[in-house]
Write a protein that binds this ligand. Structure first.
Ligand code: PMP
Length: 350
């Protein structure tokens, strides 16, 4: 606390990102990065962009990348909004679309950045409990609200909601924006982007950090009705006109031009996820059905905290949340086959 801080800053409870330890040879399964790496075409495109043009500002509208994303998802470029990682897109969403004097609804077990944005923008948040099996019940989203947001698949549970249930939430809330945060959608879920022309209150958010293996490049986007996109652009252009640098725009575009790499990477993660799930079940874990690049699992006897600590001593890092309902769970990112073998061997030894 300092006398120079504004009252808002004193009240903030910032998000705590997963650790990025600077220790060699760690089995790092704590931040849902993709172990298979970006397409070589992305690296080439970024290298080609490393030239004297860096003295010039990048395209503030990211027109070329927006067109690529629009074509890929069969929408129009004016339905696409770009941001510096989907975290930035989400921040602008809270700022631009959720301030309606009523609480924004999100699940009690979900991405922990949502309450942080509420704090930053002075929005009331209201948590809606997941069911006992950690699922979203669409019926629970029929109550007065200033907007709704949830990840699909949900994080950290990994559980996916069917499109028909998303539609029922959209139909029950025609006057409020419903945001589906699809950070993990490519690992087996079905995207809601096909619904944006039917529901003007739907905004779908995606990232290149997971399935495209570009967490270090910081690119995310939202797709929805042009009116929603315009609101986001008004906030963006009141904050930072150039959120995506030249390298990010070029690399992101190239990622969508290598479909074969993307498909192979997703398939690799999915088949390893199924293998890890079976192994964990064999080790007396309950594993929630996951459609993400991580699994959420609890041991039937040992505490989550003790397991996370013991794995850490073996150089294996997973995520543990000391929070109500989920303190016995571990969120384990799916790694390379070797990393997953190390995880299983580590748990067997415990
Ligand atoms: N949404 C969810 C549900 C996430 O888990 C993450 C990753 N922490 C993000 C959004 C943000 O991802 P990024 O900013 O890398 O696009």
């Amino acid at each position: 606390m300092s006398k120079f801080w504004s009252p808002l800053v004193s009240s903030l409870v910032p998000y705590v990102p997963g650790e990025q330890p600077k220790i060699a040879n760690l089995v790092k399964l704590n931040t849902n990065e993709n172990p298979f790496g970006p397409s070589p075409k992305v690296i080439e495109a970024i290298q080609a962009e490393l030239n004297d043009n860096l003295r010039l500002y990048p395209d503030p509208e990211g027109e070329s990348l927006r067109k690529t994303l629009a074509d890929y998802h069969s929408v129009r470029p004016e339905q696409v909004f770009l941001g510096n990682g989907s975290d930035e897109v989400l921040a602008h969403i809270f700022h631009a679309l959720f301030q309606h004097g009523e609480p924004v609804l999100f699940p009690d077990v979900t991405y922990s950045f949502y309450p942080v944005y509420c704090g930053l923008y002075n929005i009331e948040g209201k948590t809606v409990p997941l069911t006992d099996s950690f699922e979203i019940n669409p019926e629970d989203y029929r109550q007065p609200n200033g907007g709704i947001i949830f990840p699909n698949p949900n994080a950290p549970t990994g559980r996916c909601l069917e499109l028909e249930h998303i539609e029922s939430i959209l139909r029950a809330n025609p006057d409020r924006v419903v945001v589906v945060d699809e950070a993990y959608i490519d690992f087996g879920g079905e995207t809601s982007i096909s619904l944006v022309d039917k529901y003007p209150n739907l905004l779908v958010c995606q990232t290149l950090s997971k399935a495209r293996s570009l967490a270090g490049l910081r690119v995310g986007f939202a797709i929805g009705h042009p009116d929603l996109i315009e609101a986001l652009n008004r906030v963006k252009d009141s904050f930072n006109s150039y959120p995506l640098d030249r390298l990010a725009q070029a690399g992101a575009k190239a990622a969508y031009e290598d479909e074969a790499w993307f498909q192979k990477s997703c398939k690799g993660v999915i088949s390893e996820r199924e293998r890890v799930t079976e192994s964990l079940k064999g080790l007396n874990f309950e594993v929630l059905p996951s459609k993400a690049n991580f699994v959420f699992a609890r041991h039937r006897e040992k505490s989550g905290e003790s397991l996370a600590k013991a794995l850490r001593e073996q150089g294996i890092i997973v995520r543990h949340f000391n929070k109500p309902r989920i303190s016995d769970f571990l969120r384990i990112t799916i790694g390379t086959p070797d990393q997953n073998d190390a995880l299983i061997a580590g748990l067997e030894s415990l």
